[in-house]
Design a protein around this ligand. Structure first.
Ligand SMILES: [Cu+2]
Length: 303
């Protein structure tokens, strides 16, 4: 299976975006604000060929830590499949997809996606998430940007017991997602902080956070995304191609989340540097149109 968001753009966008500065937003292990919250640790260590996540877990809120000892990128995707749909069905649907536009199979919208951590080679990724009772697929997805090779190591995890009432995490910055917008606080301060990324909508959403030059407008970001999803007509067709005023080289990737279904949320630690950012969702609506093209982009500045 291709990385979900990659299919929907990012493989191409990221390779055109300026070199990924993964360490920008990834806190050093050890000084973790998430660890201080005191939730039980669920640690997964992978060399890129194995996943050691347990197949039985108690329901609850976990501090999930992904230790990546490999030389490739790893995502640990948490999702539930609807009745009658298998991991192979999902794999086949993504294998069959081509190009930047992706029309998801109907069951995509009946899946439950609940994010998960991501990590670059030799690094550690962390989230806090709720594991509710039921059967979860925890898929360890590896991707090598140099060879474009990927792999999936899915584990079916049976979660038993009951979810206890969880207190709100005080001081977390809430990043809401819905159709087709992000809900951000009035101001976001620089420095290490916890982001609560929550899907208040009905479609599947995610966050891709990119740093852009100061003064860049939402229109310019949309124009750049549009040049990717709907390239301008060729001169032969009689149209005048428009060069986007923002270039891919001007855009620096700093943070991304995996996917969220309605009502799902994760908590992340992020060290926000002063600057101007675009928060973008590339998920497709049922017709295959990426949410960014429907206006799901938010430009904001951090002092
Ligand atoms: Cu979206």
């Amino acid at each position: 299976m291709k990385r979900l968001y990659m299919l929907l753009v990012v493989s191409l966008l990221f390779s055109m975006w300026a070199p990924v500065a993964a360490q920008d937003a990834t806190p050093e292990p050890g000084g973790s604000l998430l660890a201080e919250l005191g939730y039980p640790e669920l640690r997964v260590t992978s060399d890129g060929t194995t996943s050691d996540i347990p197949t039985q877990l108690e329901a609850g809120r976990y501090h999930v830590i992904l230790e990546n000892t490999s030389e490739v990128d790893i995502d640990l995707e948490f999702y539930q499949l609807p009745d009658g749909v298998t991991i192979d069905d999902l794999t086949a649907a993504f294998e069959a997809a081509e190009g930047p536009m992706f029309i998801p199979p109907d069951f995509f919208f009946d899946m439950v996606f609940n994010g998960g951590p991501s990590s670059y080679p030799g690094e550690t990724g962390e989230v806090v998430l709720d594991l509710t009772p039921g059967e979860w697929v925890v898929n360890l997805y590896t991707y090598d940007p140099e060879t474009d090779e990927d792999s999936n190591i899915p584990t079916v995890v049976t979660v038993t017991g009951e979810m206890t009432e969880m207190a709100d995490l005080e001081g977390a910055v809430e990043i809401g997602m819905a159709e087709m917008y992000f809900e951000l606080p009035e101001t976001i301060e620089a420095g290490p902080q916890i982001w609560n990324v929550v899907n208040n909508g009905q479609q599947v959403h995610h966050v891709v956070l990119s740093r852009i030059p100061d003064g860049t407008t939402e229109e310019q970001v949309l124009e750049l995304a549009g040049s990717f999803f709907a390239p301008p007509a060729t001169p032969e067709a009689g149209a005048t191609p428009v060069e986007p005023s923002l270039a891919f080289e001007d855009v620096e990737d700093v943070f991304y989340t995996l996917l969220f279904s309605e009502g799902q949320e994760n908590w992340y630690e992020i060290d926000v540097q002063p600057g101007t950012y675009a928060m973008i969702c590339f998920m497709p609506d049922p017709s295959g149109t990426p949410h960014v093209m429907l206006g799901m982009v938010e430009v904001f500045a951090v002092d």
